[in-house]
Design a protein around this ligand. Sequence first.
Ligand code: ADP
Ligand code: MG
Length: 555
Amino acid sequence: MSPKPERLHGPVSQPPAPPQLLGLPGSLLPTLVVFPRSPAGEQEDSMDRKETCLRVVVRVRPLTCQELRRGDQRVVHCLGDNTIYVNAAGQEAAFRASAAFDAGTSQEGLFEGSGMKRLIELAANGFSCTAFAFGQTGSGKTYSLMGPLAQSEGQPVTPYLGGLMQRAFVCLLEQTQCYRPGLVLSASYVEIHNEQVRDLLSPGPPRPLPVRWSKTRGFYIENLLTVEFGSLEAIMDLLQEGTRRRRSAAHVLNRHSSRSHALLTIRIHRKALSPDPSSCQQGVLCFVDLAGSERVKDTGSAGERLVEASNINRSLLALGHCISLLVDPRRRRNHIPYRDSKLTRLLAESLGGSGITLMVACISPSSRCLPETLRTLRFASRAKKVTTKPMAHRVSREKLLRSLEQEIQALREENLSLRQQLRLPRIRGESPATHTPPTQLPECQGESRAPGQRGAPRRAPGSARRSLSGLLQDFVLENEQLRCSPRPGRTAMPGEPLRRVLPEFLLQAASQPTAGPTRSLELLAGRWLLSTPAAAPAAVLSGQPRPPPASAPSC
Ligand code: ADP
Ligand code: MG
């Protein structure tokens, strides 16, 4: 007796259609838009704080040449009513998704029918949106998100085969065109490899980045590089550059198997038009290309690949566990173990918070992949019941002012602490109780103070012992004086910086490998001071750095 059909979502209203329905072109499949729509340009208030289900769509890829050569049977079929029907010897099941895409569906068909456009619209209106691809290794996750591998490896892009990401970039740039110039788009790109988060956009050798938690931000990656972009070309370059750095390897199921989870996050920062035009919104659009679950027995992984596989499986298990708890109304109220993996930490907002999430479950139609296919469909079936309470991130004028005040206070404290370390005099508005009076630095011999001069003593040119801290003292003091009282008879031009610029050659010295950065900096600092007259502020109002003298004495 065959088992009862399973359901991905809701009752299957009709019995599974006979096989003659199979092979319908993707464009004929009905698509179900779960996210409520609002007229373009309006605030998305209809979504705000209303419980919303994860949208789950299923994509079945075509049989690969290898599978065809082996004579694998096609055991997964998409029926016309978003039902996925699995029928293999002794196993029969039907699942219902928000949308189902069969092997004939084009990349454009997936983009149009998946609800991706709506997700972009919501992100542009301040919501935190995530699209993630889930499924077995080799089931088409990377293909669905980024297109065939050639496109992410620096070869010419075939627009026809571009994935959800490339299409979303085009759509996002088009949709947000009207908000310019009050719009800033930026991107970050990371991978989670062997439970370590690595920045894919940061040049140089990859360093693991910590994932932290704060009350206001939730889980976030510290020291993450975020790059602003304004054109399609720029974001495509970032995608290619990052994907080139991502770990992938060949194994039995996929010649280019992704060995890490990759998260590309686009932040959309824009001035709100209404109801408070002085406020701003920050929307997020995140694409997650998960590494595929795999049975080591099937892939034949060993050594490093085996370590990767067990880390991938462990994090996917943690994801599955969180989802199981989130769909249980009683257990949901208790603790959800997001901290069990880096992946679940970074997806916490999308799964159980205020985000809006689209999941693309990818499956293979091959009889050989049946156990994993059923597992993916059951996972998708559970994920469909997860709800979030979407909330647009709008920052009101008052909140913005409050946060700026806090930032100024933090910077003041930092400034005070630095001034104390440099033993600089107190400035107006500073608490005297916390300030140490300036004392002469032991290493700064031969210093003199001009009559009426504020602050730390100026050292005479030619002084034999000059230190970096002495130079910094001068530097800070002069800026201080300029800020408080610009020199008489000299008016700063509009836009002219009212500060001294640390010479480029001093900054460059810090990276000189020969004598070690500190030593080089001290030497050049000495040279600079020797070449600067005692009445150095004469050069101060020039926004340009002073060039090193041609005949600087060698130290
Ligand atoms: P995954 O990321 O899930 O491990 P990939 O996206 O790398 O899998 O896909 C595995 C192989 O199948 C690739 O060669 C890819 O080009 C091919 N493939 C996947 N989905 C499709 C599809 N819908 N149409 C054509 N080829 C596909
Ligand atoms: Mg992949």
